[in-house]
Design a protein around this ligand. Structure first.
Ligand SMILES: *Cc1c(COP(=O)(O)O)cnc(C)c1O
Length: 463
């Protein structure tokens, strides 16, 4: 696996935004006021914000300048045509329906194609994707291969679909096509750490699906990062451009949903794209009621311009080398401190494994959240817990709590926003948490909402 950086940042900085590390006593007060939940922190109290890579990218000078070209016509906007051209060039799909963000594209796709009782197959469906499938009384089925879920398995393509399981599912359920409306491949696979899917796996999965007459769609949120990993890690792709790899990848599908808040390099936006006109026509019906007219879909004309420009920039090999390189830079700094983490580092962040880090804290006391709050206290770094606080659920029958397999802390890196010096600060802060880790006792919930509780819960540290 080659993940070495040959250049410094392939950009210089033209506009800056001040951030500050507020004093320690103010951080202790802020996290207490926030109920020990970093979603409740005011962002000015955060120094390095690694909560998410979604909608947090820095736009380029080109993107800021094309905003002025935004055509705000309600119908027939030239900005829409520009977006359509770029999507066709990058993805090979000529029919494009813009949406205000990725989940809105999912809403339209699921409304069009998913019926009660359907099984929607995929490597691992993202949270909002799962939500939309469940809202249609259908079942989201994750078929990532077993090693993909093992944090320690150092493998190049941990987002791959288990092809035997896919064939079994298709054989059992796809006889009547209504049972499996489509296979959705998420690139990169967000839920196990931004792990890529190999081209060979995509090709084989799509061939299997075709045998059963089932279309393949992509959740393309981090498609460029996935294509970069294919070039770096998959035999036969080293001499291809990332753009060529993207074209090949999308050639195996009938269309995609896209959250442009990730690899669109914009702060808001998304779209659906299709190969086939009839499917697109069906999508437009729903787009108009849910999002807005066909040529704006809930966005301003200027947003369409910024998105079109971002989709071109994200394929730059220098950009991607720096981007993925920064993630592995942080991972290496954490390795030097002996911080346990998911291997290999993903495309958009480093996932720290809180269970071996805090063996004294049991899952019901939220070891991941203990690391998250300590990171904020020690250095104003905001991360997010992806463990029991986010995913534990109560069994409807027995009332017992079912804990997720891992207690992770995600350090998601915004695109083009921070320098490696900020990453050094993050690593240093994690070093301070490592020193304190034997003192951490975990937390207890004071209040929680019935669904997606981690966004609003309030907690207190255990003495
Ligand atoms: C963020 C994300 C979505 C949803 O997109 P939004 O723009 O946040 O609505 C869907 N799939 C994946 C893989 C994502 O990361």
């Amino acid at each position: 696996m080659r993940e070495r950086r040959e250049y410094a940042e392939p950009f210089k900085i033209k506009a800056v935004e001040s951030i500050q590390l507020i004093p320690r006593d103010m951080r202790l007060q802020a996290i207490s006021d926030a109920g020990y939940n970093v979603f409740n922190l005011p962002s000015e109290a955060v120094y390095v914000d690694l909560l998410t890579d979604s909608g947090t990218s820095a736009m380029s000078d080109r993107q800021w300048s094309v905003l002025m070209h935004g055509d705000e016509a309600y119908a027939g906007s030239t900005s829409y045509r520009r977006l359509r051209e770029v999507v066709e060039e990058v993805f090979g799909y000529p029919y494009v329906a813009p949406t205000h963000q990725g989940r809105a594209a999912e809403h339209i796709l699921m409304t069009m194609l998913v019926k009660p009782g359907d099984r929607v197959l995929g490597n691992m469906h993202f949270d909002t994707t799962q939500g939309h499938i469940l809202l249609k009384d259908a079942e989201p089925v994750d078929l990532v291969f077993p090693e993909g879920l093992d944090p320690q398995a150092e493998l190049p393509f941990k987002g791959n679909i288990d092809l035997a399981a896919l064939e079994r599912e298709l054989g059992e359920h796809a006889a009547g096509r209504q049972r499996v409306p489509f296979v959705l491949i998420t690139v990169t696979c967000n839920n196990n750490g931004g792990q890529p899917v190999s081209m060979a796996n995509i090709r084989d999965a799509s061939r299997l699906a075709r045998q059963y007459g089932v279309p393949v769609f992509f959740d393309a949120a981090r498609f460029a990062e996935n294509c970069y990993f294919v070039r770096e890690r998959e035999p036969g792709y080293a001499a291809k451009s990332v753009a060529e790899i993207a074209r090949e990848m999308f050639s195996y599908g009938a269309g995609c949903t896209m959250s442009a808040k990730k690899d669109g390099l914009v702060n808001i936006g998304g779209f659906l794209a299709f190969r086939d006109e009839a499917t697109y026509r069906q999508a437009v019906q729903w787009q108009i009621v849910f999002e807005g007219f066909a040529t704006y879909g809930g966005l301003a004309g200027r947003d369409l311009e910024a998105m079109a420009q971002g989709l071109r920039e994200v394929l730059s090999p220098e950009y991607l080398e720096n981007r993925i390189g920064q993630v592995s830079y942080l991972a290496e700094r954490l390795d030097e401190l002996g911080v346990p983490r998911v291997r290999p580092a993903g495309g958009h962040g480093v996932y720290v494994d809180a269970r071996p880090m805090l063996p004294q804290v049991e899952p019901g006391r939220f070891p991941g959240q203990a690391v998250v709050t300590a990171l904020y206290e020690e250095g104003g770094v905001r991360a997010v817990e992806l463990g029991s606080l986010a995913f534990a659920r109560r069994d409807a029958k027995t009332g017992e709590t079912i804990y997720p397999p891992n207690e992770l802390v995600r350090l998601a890196i915004p695109r083009r926003v921070y320098t490696d010096r900020h990453m050094d600060h993050v690593a240093r802060t994690m070093g301070l948490v490592m020193k304190r880790r034997h003192e951490l006792r975990g937390l207890r919930l004071l209040s929680e909402a019935p669904v997606l509780r981690h966004f609003t819960a309030r907690l207190e540290p255990l003495p």
